[in-house]
Design a protein around this ligand. Structure first.
Ligand code: ADP
Length: 403
């Protein structure tokens, strides 16, 4: 009964195929010819054997010419074969195949079919657009495999990150206040060093001096040597305590001000006048810049570097120190060059370490803290210090400080 009904009806099919005749999509199938089949299916599988030759010609025409209309082919339908009139069109490398059991109806069917097809094409274009949009969003974010609807996920992640950030901020604030408390207790510690510890050292020093004055002539040579060592040791201890305090203050005095380096140099020259006079030392300096920094710290920097330049010069050499400055885009570069004994390249890093003195210099006065203090001060002002040296010729220290 159903078959009889189907026979009376006008049956239509519309198929999307590739050039090789594989049906990739069934857009219309009134007769249910393809209902049992699974795409992709070859078109010749549904065409009756007696029409296969015509199908071949038809296919060549469509692929060569772009279209071929009103070709009669028999289609296998249940146990019979039905005569269909087919038209084929080559569209974007696909072949659109439209067939109808009634020739007269083909035109009308084509209109309907084309309409459906163009709707489908529009939908495909829209989908393509969306995919492209998602793709470019994915590319912009640089996250592999991220699709448009992943934005929500991303957003949530962002919110979580923000929460984490504010939690971290709170932690940082807490740590800051702990740091402040630690600084305060350091301050107390420094104060106690300067007063409590220095007092007994001063006493040892003073009484050692008295022993030397009043009893030295009663000592034999060995005793005199021992006394000399003890005096030297207590003096060094006092100096080390002073230097430790300086080292601590180097990072705790963060006052920023306009500092005229010419004035700083003039003051340091006055402070070191005795050593300069003793060695007949000469200091040559360019006009130095005015920078944003900490005057106390910069004074220590100049003082330490100049007194090293005086200390580490062979006995017979008259110390000469050249101080100059170069202005860069965002920084000033200061250069302090001496004509001293020089430093081996292998020691460039270690001389900046706390209490580090090079082996052969240990007998010279000092505690090995000078350069550690200098570097701390320079770093604290956002700058850098480095050096270049030639053994036996001299050393140049470079300091770059932000403007
Ligand atoms: P110190 O208290 O011994 O001067 P520093 O930290 O200032 O300590 O210097 C560390 C070591 O670096 C010195 O003991 C010395 O060996 C070497 N040094 C520093 N400056 C110079 C220099 N201008 N020329 C040669 N050697 C130097």
């Amino acid at each position: 009964m159903a078959d009889a009904e189907n026979k009376d009806r006008i049956l239509r099919v519309m198929l999307k195929c590739n050039r090789k005749g594989a049906v990739n999509e069934i857009l219309l199938d009134h007769a249910g010819i393809f209902s049992e089949k699974k795409v992709p299916v070859q078109i010749h599988e549904v065409i009756s054997p007696d029409s296969l030759e015509a199908l071949g010609d038809f296919w060549v025409q469509v692929t060569d010419q772009g279209m071929q209309e009103h070709i009669q082919l028999h289609v296998k339908y249940l146990n019979e074969s039905l005569r269909f009139t087919f038209s084929g069109y080559l569209i974007h490398d696909n072949i659109l195949l439209c067939g109808s059991t009634e020739t007269a109806a083909v035109e009308k069917a084509m209109d309907e079919i084309m309409q459906i097809y163009s709707e489908q094409l529009n939908m495909i274009r829209l989908a393509e657009k969306k995919v492209k949009l998602a793709q470019s969003a994915k590319d912009n974010l640089g996250i592999n495999g991220l699709m448009l609807n992943d934005f929500t996920e991303l957003n949530n992640e962002l919110i979580n990150k923000q929460r984490e950030l504010s939690r971290k901020n709170k932690e940082v604030n807490l740590l800051n206040s702990e740091l402040q408390a630690a600084r305060d207790s350091m301050e107390m510690f420094a104060y106690s060093i300067s007063h409590d510890l220095k007092e007994p050292v001063r006493m040892v020093n003073a009484f050692m001096g008295r022993i030397k004055e009043q009893y030295e002539d009663r000592l034999d040579d060995k005793g005199k040597r021992y006394l000399g060592f003890a005096l030297d040791g207590s003096l060094r201890l006092g100096n080390m305590i002073d230097d430790l305090l300086h080292f601590y203050r180097a990072t705790n005095n963060s006052k920023q001000e306009r500092v005229d380096l010419n004035e700083i140099l003039a003051e340091v020259k006055v402070m070191l006048r005795r050593q300069l006079r003793e060695r007949n030392a000469r200091i040559f300096s360019d006009q130095l810049p005015v920078i944003a920094g900490n005057a106390v710290g910069l004074k220590q920097v100049f003082q330490n570097l100049i007194s090293n330049a005086l200390k580490f010069v062979p006995e017979k050499t008259v110390p000469e120190i050249n101080i100059s400055a170069v202005e860069n885009e965002a920084s000033f570069e200061l250069r302090l060059a001496d004509n001293g004994i020089g430093i081996d390249k292998s020691h460039y890093d270690e001389i900046f370490k706390l209490f580090k003195q090079l082996e052969h210099e240990k007998m010279k006065e000092g505690s090995g803290m000078g350069l550690a203090i200098v570097r701390r001060i320079v770093n604290h002002m956002g700058g850098k210090i480095w050096l270049h040296s030639e053994k036996g010729t001299g050393t140049t220290f470079y300091i770059s400080l932000p403007k």
